[in-house]
Design a protein around this ligand. Structure first.
Ligand SMILES: [Zn+2]
Length: 840
C-alpha cells in the first residue's frame, strides 16, 4: 500500500537543553508519522525497557519515574527519536551508557544526537515525571490504557506496534495497594513505608499492550486447568461477586482451552490475570497477562437476561482470542487494527455460541451486526474497512462500526467462500509464521490466495478496501444491484429472495446474510406487517431481515413512514416472543419516536405507547424481554400516569411481578423522573444519591446530576465545565451527562451547546480515549432532530474546509440520522398526518 498523504514537518518549537544544537535531520512531527515508524523499524531492534514508577497516594501527586532502555542499532546515520508526549519540564535527565548527555525535546519527542550512539547495543537512561493523561487516576486506584499510542503520554519509549519489546516494571505504591501488570510478580517488598512490586520481564509485546493497574482491589486466585489466574476487582457488593465469580473464571478457562485447540498454539504469555474496573472505557482491553474489563459487564445483576450473559461470555472470549490475534501476531501499523478486532469477534462467536443453544445465532448475528454497520456505511462519512493512516496520533479515529460490525460480516462471507477447514489452516499458518511479530491483512490474503482456487485478492479489494454499501432492487422478479457510489464496482456475494402469491409479494434477502439495502415494494411490506406473527411470518430470521429492510426503507424515504412504523411495531410487539426481535423492535420504536416524530405526533400516540408497553411489561414471563420493556417504558413514559408508575417502581410501592431492580436501575429511574417531572427532580435525585451505596456509582451520580437540572442556567454552567479537560476525565460519566443534557425534551435549550461541542472535537481527540470523539458526537447529536441542529453541523463543516478527514467523517456519521430526519419530515409529513392509522 502506498500512502498518498504528504509528510509535513510542522514548524517545531525546539527546546534546547544545551548549547549543542547540531541538528542532523528535520524535527520529527508530533505523534509517530509513518515515515518515523518505518525508519525506526528498519534501524532498531532487541528493545528492552526497565521502568520504575513511584506512585503516591491520592490522584494528583507527582509520579516520578526512572527508565533504562536497551536496544540494538544497525546504523547511526541519524538522531535517535524517543516518544514522550508530556511537558518538557517532566524530563529531568537523559544518559547514554550511564553518562549524562544533551538532548532536544521537540514535538513530544526526545531527540538524541547520533554522536552519542553506537552501532550495536545502546543503553539510554531517563529520569522523568510520568504523565498522567492515560493513567486514569482516582484517589485509591489507577490503571493504564495505552492503546493506540498513549504509552508515550506516561513514559518515554518507541511507541509503535511493530517495535515489540520486553518490559520489566517496578512499581512503588502506598502500602495496602495491590499491583498487577503484564509480567509475573517476582517479588513484593516494603521500603520506606511503601510497597515495592517487582514484575518479571515480559515476552515481546507491542507498546499499546503494556499495562499496569495499582490500588485498592479485592483479589481472588484460582487454578483452572492447571493454570493460575488472579481476578482483581472493586465491586463491594459481595452477593454480586459471589453470584458471578465461578462463571467468570470458567469462561476464561474455556476460552483459552478452545483457542489453544483451534490455533494449535499454547497460550503464549505464561501468566494470566484480569482486572475488573468500574467505568472502564471499553468492554475489555486485551493486555497480555493482565486483561482489563468493565466491571459491570462481568458482574451481572440477578435479573440479567440471556443476552447479557452471552455478551459477558463473548467479551471474555473476545479478549482471550486477542492473546493470539493481536497480541501474539500484531498489525504492523494501526491501519490494520480492524484485523485483530474481527478475529477476536469471529473466534468469540465460535467459542460462545454452542453454550447458548436457546439463542438463534443467525438472528443474533444479523441484528447485532447489520443495523450497526449500516448506521455508518449509509452515511456520507463512511470509510473502508482498511484505511490509510499517516500518523499514529490519528489511530483512534480508525475505530468504529465499520471495524466492529461490517468487518465480521465480511469475514463470515470469506469463511463461507473458502470453507471452515481452509480458514483454520490458513490462520494456523499465519499465526505460526508471524508469532511474536507483526503482519498485515495482505499477508493473510496471500496465505489464503495460495491455498484457494478463488480470486481472493479482487474480492478483498471491493469489500475491504472500498467504502459504502450496495443497494438492491427487484426487476422482473430478480434482485439487481442499483446505482453504486463507485461505478463498475461489483459486490460479489450470494443473494436470495423469497416470493409468494405467484410473485406478487417479494421478500429480498430473506435469509438475512446479504449485505446492503434491499428495497421492497409497498405491498410486500404492508403484507409482512399485517401477517406478522402468523404462520407465514413466523421464522425469526425472516422477520429480522424484513424488519431491517423496512427500517432502511424508512431512512431512505421509501416508507413505511414514521407514524406507520410506530403503528406497525405496536401491532407486532404483542405477537413477538423472541427477545432479540423484541429488543430490535423496541430500539426502532424509540429511534423513530424521538428522531422522526414531532412533538404533536408523539403526543397523539403517547398514551397508547405507554399503555401497551406497560401491559407487555406486566404480562411477559421472559426476563430478558421484561428488561427490554422496562427500559423502553422508562425511556418513553411521559404522561402523569406514566410518571407515577415510574415513581412507584422507584420507591418500591409498585411492583412488577418478576422484575428485580438493581441499584443501576434505580439510579436511571431517578434520572428519568427528574427529567420528566415538573420541577421536583432535585429531591428525588438527592434521595437516590443518599441511598446509593457503591462509592463509584455515587461519584458518577454526583457528576451527572447537574446535567439533569430543571434550571437551564445550571445546565449551561455544567456544559461550561466540560470545556476543561480535567472535567472530561471520566468519559463514561460525561457520556451519561450528555445524554440528559441533549435529551429530546430539552432539545431547544441544548442547541447552544452544539457549536462549542464541535469546536472542542479536535481537543477531545487529542486528550480523550480513542472512542471518545465518536461517542461525544453521537451523544451530543442523538437527541436532536431540528433543522437548526442540522444547520449548525453543516455550517461548522463549511467553515472548516480543511478539517481533519477522519473527524469530518465522524461528524457526518453522527449527524446522518439528524439530516435524514430533517429531510424526510417534509416527505413523510405530507403522506401521514394523524394517528388515525388502523390499530388492527
Ligand atoms: Zn478487541
Amino acid at each position: 500500500m502506498t500512502f498518498i498523504r504528504p509528510l509535513i514537518f510542522l514548524a517545531a518549537t525546539i527546546i534546547v537543553a544545551s548549547a549543542c544544537t547540531r541538528q542532523q535531520s528535520p524535527a520529527p512531527e508530533k505523534g509517530v508519522s509513518f515515515a518515523l515508524n518505518q525508519y525506526r523499524k528498519q534501524h532498531i531492534d532487541s528493545i528492552q525497557y526497565q521502568i520504575e514508577l513511584d506512585i503516591p497516594a491520592g490522584k494528583s501527586g507527582q509520579i516520578s519515574g526512572k527508565e533504562i532502555v536497551t536496544f540494538h542499532l544497525n546504523a547511526v546515520d541519524s538522531a535517535l527519536v524517543l516518544d514522550f508526549n508530556v511537558d518538557a519540564s517532566a524530563l529531568q535527565e537523559v544518559r547514554v551508557g550511564g553518562k549524562k548527555v544533551d538532548y532536544q525535546f521537540v514535538n513530544e519527542h526526545i531527540v538524541i544526537d547520533s554522536k552519542h550512539l553506537s552501532k550495536g547495543k545502546n543503553e539510554v537512561g531517563i529520569d522523568f515525571v510520568a504523565g498522567d493523561q492515560s493513567l486514569n487516576r482516582s484517589d485509591d486506584y489507577l490503571y493504564t490504557l495505552f492503546v493506540p499510542d498513549r504509552a508515550s503520554t506516561c513514559f518515554p519509549l518507541f511507541d509503535q506496534p511493530n517495535l515489540k519489546a520486553s518490559y520489566q516494571l517496578t512499581l512503588k505504591t502506598p502500602e495496602g495497594w495491590e499491583a498487577v501488570s503484564n509480567g509475573k510478580l517476582n517479588a513484593k517488598t516494603v521500603e520506606n513505608g511503601k510497597s515495592v512490586y517487582q514484575f518479571g520481564k515480559t515476552k515481546p509485546v507491542s507498546s499499546y499492550l503494556f499495562a499496569f493497574a495499582a490500588g485498592k482491589f479485592f483479589k481472588e486466585t484460582r487454578t483452572m486447568d492447571g493454570r493460575e489466574m488472579t481476578m482483581y476487582y472493586r465491586e463491594t457488593d459481595t452477593t454480586k461477586v459471589n453470584r458471578n465469580r465461578d462463571d467468570v473464571f470458567q469462561l476464561h478457562a474455556k476460552s483459552l482451552a478452545w483457542l489453544e485447540e483451534y490455533t494449535n498454539i499454547d497460550y503464549p504469555f505464561g501468566k494470566f490475570d484480569f482486572v475488573l474496573l468500574p467505568s472502564f472505557q471499553y468492554g475489555g482491553m486485551e493486555h497480555p497477562g493482565a486483561i482489563f474489563y468493565n466491571e459491570p459487564a462481568l458482574f451481572l445483576d440477578e435479573n440479567a437476561s440471556v443476552n447479557r450473559r452471552m455478551a459477558r461470555a463473548s467479551v471474555i472470549a473476545h479478549e482471550s482470542a486477542h492473546m493470539w490475534f493481536g497480541d501474539l501476531v500484531t498489525m504492523d501499523w494501526f491501519n490494520d487494527v480492524w484485523l485483530k478486532e474481527v478475529f477476536a469477534n469471529f473466534m468469540a462467536a465460535k467459542i460462545v455460541h454452542p453454550s447458548f443453544p436457546e439463542i438463534n445465532h443467525e438472528l443474533r448475528f444479523l441484528l447485532a451486526h447489520y443495523p450497526n454497520a449500516y448506521e455508518v456505511d449509509r452515511t456520507a462519512g463512511t470509510n473502508p474497512i482498511l484505511q490509510q493512516l499517516g500518523n499514529l496520533k490519528n489511530a483512534g479515529t480508525l475505530y468504529g462500526a465499520i471495524i466492529y460490525m461490517k468487518a465480521p460480516i465480511v469475514m463470515r462471507q470469506l469463511e463461507r467462500k473458502i470453507g471452515e477447514e481452509l480458514m483454520r489452516e490458513s490462520l494456523r499458518e499465519y499465526l505460526k509464521t508471524y508469532s511474536f511479530g507483526n503482519a498485515r491483512w495482505d499477508d493473510l490474503i496471500g496465505i489464503i490466495d495460495k491455498r484457494s482456487p478463488e480470486d481472493i485478492t479482487t474480492w478483498s479489494n471491493v469489500w475491504v478496501k472500498t467504502p459504502g454499501m450496495p443497494e438492491y432492487g427487484i426487476e422482473a422478479g430478480k434482485l439487481v444491484q442499483l446505482k453504486d457510489s463507485v461505478s463498475g464496482r461489483v459486490w460479489e456475494q450470494p443473494l436470495v429472495l423469497k416470493t409468494m402469491q405467484n410473485g406478487q409479494l417479494v421478500f429480498p434477502n430473506n435469509d438475512g446474510t446479504g449485505y446492503g439495502y434491499f428495497k421492497m415494494d409497498t405491498a410486500s411490506k404492508a403484507w409482512f406487517f399485517a401477517q406478522y406473527g402468523n404462520a407465514k411470518v413466523s421464522d425469526p430470521v425472516f422477520k429480522g431481515a424484513m424488519l431491517v429492510n423496512s427500517w432502511e426503507g424508512l431512512l431512505r424515504g421509501d416508507g413505511p413512514g414514521p407514524e406507520k412504523l410506530v403503528n406497525s411495531i405496536l401491532n407486532a410487539l404483542p405477537k413477538e416472543q423472541n427477545p432479540l426481535l423484541v429488543d430490535y423492535l423496541l430500539g426502532n420504536l424509540q429511534t423513530d419516536w424521538w428522531a422522526f416524530l414531532n412533538a404533536d405526533q408523539r403526543a397523539a400516540y403517547q398514551a397508547r405507547v405507554e399503555g401497551e408497553i406497560w401491559q407487555l411489561l406486566n404480562s411477559t414471563r421472559d426476563k430478558g424481554i421484561q428488561t427490554s420493556y422496562f427500559r423502553a417504558f422508562k425511556a418513553l413514559a411521559l404522561t402523569d400516569d406514566g410518571w407515577q408508575k415510574m415513581h412507584g417502581l422507584w420507591t418500591g410501592k409498585l411492583e412488577v411481578k418478576g422484575l428485580v431492580l438493581s441499584e443501576e436501575d434505580k439510579i436511571s429511574l431517578a434520572y428519568e423522573l427528574a427529567l420528566k417531572g415538573k420541577g421536583d427532580g432535585k429531591a428525588i435525585l438527592n434521595t437516590q444519591l443518599n441511598a446509593t451505596k457503591n462509592p463509584d456509582r455515587k461519584a458518577r451520580m454526583q457528576f451527572v446530576i447537574p446535567a439533569l437540572s430543571a434550571s437551564e442556567a445550571e445546565r449551561d454552567a455544567f456544559f461550561e465545565t466540560l470545556k476543561k479537560e480535567e472535567n472530561r476525565e471520566k468519559e463514561a460519566w460525561v457520556l451519561d451527562a450528555l445524554t440528559y443534557l441533549h435529551h429530546p425534551l430539552r432539545e431547544q435549550s441544548a442547541l447552544k451547546y452544539l457549536r462549542p461541542s464541535l469546536d472542542l472535537l479536535q481537543e477531545i481527540q487529542l486528550t480523550g480515549d480513542i472512542f471518545f470523539p465518536t461517542r461525544w458526537l453521537h451523544n451530543t447529536f442523538a437527541g436532536h432532530s431540528s433543522p437548526e441542529a442540522a444547520r449548525i453541523a453543516q455550517t461548522f463543516l463549511k467553515e472548516h474546509p480543511d478539517y481533519p478527514y477522519f473527524l469530518k467523517n465522524k461528524i457526518l456519521q453522527a449527524t446522518d440520522l439528524l439530516d435524514r430526519s430533517v429531510k424526510l419530515s417534509a416527505t413523510y409529513g405530507q403522506k401521514e398526518h394523524s394517528p388515525a392509522l388502523s390499530q388492527q
